[in-house]
Design a protein around this ligand. Structure first.
Ligand SMILES: NC(=O)c1ccc[n+]([C@@H]2O[C@H](COP(=O)([O-])OP(=O)(O)OC[C@H]3O[C@@H](n4cnc5c(N)ncnc54)[C@H](OP(=O)(O)O)[C@@H]3O)[C@@H](O)[C@H]2O)c1
Length: 226
């Protein structure tokens, strides 16, 4: 968010927890975007605070690792949560906010996926399936909105030092959590939030004006997709 503020953007952030602190200069609204009511509250706040949005970044995501390590025994509720948060929240928010971009003839949407999509990790099958769905949906939406000047891209972080990332790796200390990998990413360290934010800022900026429907890895070279 800091990079967006520094670049002159007006920012509205959301989270379920009121304790969450947006940086000074950013507006904040409490909402659970897994629900239609939460998505609606965020969209209304966006209209009231900003008069609509030019940029939409779907960042909230994650899932609990299945305790026994398997894909077959992931609880039904965890499947539902993973799909609601990682996929359907983006679908709902786009439905509420992308029509305004289409009418204005410009806009940029970024869906935060994961670089660790392809290595099979049974305990995170629900998470990986939801993110795979998000990437597929992202490409379809990009095709639909391109004629209106609205760009849609997906970005996959590698292991990044955030509260959620560290909790994921701690819970799965027997293996290596979401990444399923051992050792250090090729670029020699794990990611920092600003590594991801800089790449998001690029994708929504005019420098990426001819880029839509893509997937963009920001993972220190850990998960080549080609
Ligand atoms: N960190 C990594 O290593 C890593 C690796 C690959 C992909 N990713 C992806 O990167 C994105 C960000 O991950 P992160 O590590 O920064 O996660 P994080 O530390 O858990 O932060 C997630 C943020 O989203 C908010 N949030 C969670 N559920 C929400 C909900 N239902 N409604 C509204 N806000 C909600 C959280 O606040 P509240 O809890 O207060 O709601 C928190 O501010 C996710 O999509 C994740 O899948 C992260």
């Amino acid at each position: 968010m800091r990079q967006f503020l520094d670049a002159g953007a007006e920012v509205l952030a959301t989270a379920r927890s009121a304790a969450y602190t947006a940086p000074e200069g950013a507006a904040f609204v409490t909402a659970d975007i897994r629900t239609q009511a939460g998505a609606q509250a965020l969209a209304e706040a966006a209209h009231e605070t900003l008069g609509g949005v030019d940029i939409l970044v779907h960042n909230a995501g994650g899932a609990q690792a299945n305790a026994d390590g398997g894909a077959l025994t992931i609880p039904a509720g965890d499947w539902q949560d993973a799909l609601e948060l990682n996929l359907l929240a983006a679908v709902r928010l786009n439905s509420l906010l992308a029509p305004g971009m289409r009418e204005r003839g410009s806009g940029a949407i970024v869906h935060i996926s994961t670089a660790a999509l392809l290595p099979p990790v049974p305990a995170f099958a629900h998470y990986q399936a939801a993110k795979a769905g998000l990437e597929s949906y992202s490409r379809a939406l990009a095709a639909e909105l391109a004629p209106y000047g609205v760009r849609v891209n997906a970005l996959g972080p590698g292991r990044t030092a955030t509260p959620g990332g560290e909790e994921t790796r701690r819970r799965w200390a027997g293996g290596d959590g979401e990444s399923g990998a051992i050792g250090t990413p090729p670029l020699g360290r794990e990611g920092r939030p600003d590594d991801i934010a800089d790449a998001v800022l690029f994708l929504v900026s005019d420098r990426a004006r001819w880029t839509t429907g893509t997937y963009f890895s920001v993972d220190g070279g850990e998960y080549p997709r080609n």
